[in-house]
Write a protein that binds this ligand. Structure first.
Ligand SMILES: Nc1ncnc2c1ncn2[C@@H]1O[C@H](COP(=O)(O)OP(=O)(O)OP(=O)(O)O)[C@@H](O)[C@H]1O
Ligand SMILES: [Mg+2]
Length: 162
């Protein structure tokens, strides 16, 4: 599945995230790609809201802790790999446990999960994910390309956006 969205403000992106979040289920993994300031954290805030994370929970980039966990209808893990410099460092984070849990994981700087020698297959045994590429168009407008990916043998559940 391939869908393109456009937002014209940060609050538009929040609303879009919320809509996406409402369709996610336990075990889903969302990879976010986009330059600094593209809106990955903003979209994550919306996704968390859509997954039932309370408004008073302030979702901000887990740049120092790398993984934040929030309580929604399922556990919500917000991961930021910006500071990860090697696959060795990545392995030390123990993310397999997070990715195989009954939560939803949202990953900023997901490119760090792709090994250099085979850029199409993510590390850590991930076989099924949703990727969202955010492009800065103008100061306040963003293009968001969403696609579902499945390189495993299990069927991808129907993921419909209304
Ligand atoms: N349409 C838009 N969608 C999202 N953010 C927008 C939009 N227009 C302007 N902005 C602004 O762009 C910035 C996006 O910041 P955000 O922290 O979400 O980006 P990020 O991709 O997570 O950056 P980083 O790589 O530093 O983690 C915010 O200051 C936000 O107000
Ligand atoms: Mg961010």
């Amino acid at each position: 599945m391939n869908i393109r969205f456009e937002t014209r403000s940060a609050s538009d992106t929040l609303i879009l995230g919320e809509k996406i979040g409402r369709h996610l289920e336990a075990g889903d993994i969302v990879f976010l790609f986009g330059d600094l300031g593209a809106g990955k954290t903003t979209l994550t805030q919306g996704i968390a809201r859509g997954l039932g994370v309370a408004k008073k929970e302030y979702v901000r980039s887990p740049t120092f802790t790398l993984v934040n966990q929030y309580k929604g209808k399922v556990p919500v893990f917000h991961i930021d790999l910006y500071r990860i410099a090697s696959s060795h460092e990545l392995e030390e984070l123990g993310l397999e446990e997070v990715f195989s849990s009954k939560g939803v994981s949202i990953v900023e700087w997901a490119e760090k999960l792709f090994a250099r020698d085979d850029a199409s297959i993510p590390l850590l045994g991930i076989e099924r994910w949703i990727e969202i590429h955010i492009t800065i168009e103008q100061e306040e407008s963003r293009k968001l390309d969403l696609k579902t990916r499945n390189i495993g043998s299990t069927e991808h559940p129907i993921f419909a956006l209304h």
